[in-house]
Ligand binder design. Structure first.
Ligand code: ZN
Length: 133
């Protein structure tokens, strides 16, 4: 894996969270992007070599809404950038890891993404992402 590409944080609404993180990080949110199939809106901040991704649910029963209901707002996932997501999926499957989605799907920020099942990763939701181009 190349680096921590971003850390995903589940928030209830951007109205409060974006200005808060702009103040906290002393950097402007440089884009928001809706991921229709996941029913989420995302907001990105650059922080040196990595990013913070705020994730807000667009529906009451989406994954982020359910996460916040269960655990409250907070860190939702850690995303690692990989050079070749297909090779990395094969490597991790051979190591016994289980994926929530085995075939990568379109994520925010022009990426192919997949998630590991947190039951095998000390309850940390891990995202793998690869730049599409
Ligand atoms: Zn993410």
């Amino acid at each position: 894996m190349l680096k921590v590409e971003h850390i995903g944080i589940a928030v209830k609404d951007f109205t409060n969270a974006i200005p808060l993180f702009e103040k906290l990080l002393n950097s402007q949110c440089y884009k928001t992007e809706i991921v229709e199939r996941e029913q989420v809106n995302t907001a990105f901040f650059r922080q040196g070599d990595t990013k913070i991704e705020l994730v807000q649910s667009l529906s009451d029963d989406g994954v982020i809404a359910r996460f916040i209901e269960k655990k409250g707002e907070g860190i939702h996932h850690i995303a690692f950038e990989v050079e070749d997501i297909f090779t990395e999926i094969a490597r991790l499957k051979a190591e016994g890891f289980v994926f929530l989605n085995e075939s990568p799907k379109d994520g925010a920020d022009n990426k192919l993404v997949c998630f590991l099942h947190p039951k095998n990763t000390n309850s940390v939701l891990i995202e793998l992402c690869m730049k599409k181009d």
